[in-house]
Design a protein around this ligand. Sequence first.
Ligand code: TYD
Length: 146
Amino acid sequence: MNNHPTKTIPVKNTVKDCIIIDIPTIKDHRGNLAVIENGILPFKMQRVYYIFNIPAGAYRGAHAHKHETGFMIAISGSFKVLLDDGIQKKEVLLNRPDKGLLIPTGIWREIKDFSQGSVCLVVNSSPYNEADYIRDYDEFLTYFKK
Ligand code: TYD
């Protein structure tokens, strides 16, 4: 995965770069404890957000990032992530709190089919910056020259 885009040459990751990463988990009779530390991800963490209280039928995402990389986890419950690099699409079911999905820069994502009570947590490579978002699909294709 190339995680160092420039302004003039957008990085062209593909859905094959969207990999599942195991989160190291300590298990004992009291339960499981999963730890996300810098080192298990191919980027330095700068922000975490999570989505909860998600109503039935909710549809989220529908954007790509120019530079940011994210790592998405179904901390509770399950949901589906549609990944699209402008040429190929891939759908991933996230349903385990000890595995996450790496979503590198330049990948269009949509999130749907949230189970009741599900929580979607995302670890990010940068602070929130609306200017890094592409929320229009045609603009996404143009920006990454698909
Ligand atoms: P949005 O990008 O629409 O969520 P999703 O793509 O997961 O469906 O974000 C919803 C709102 O929250 C939007 O107004 C931007 C804001 N927001 C922040 O202020 N900070 C953040 O870190 C994130 C992820 C979103």
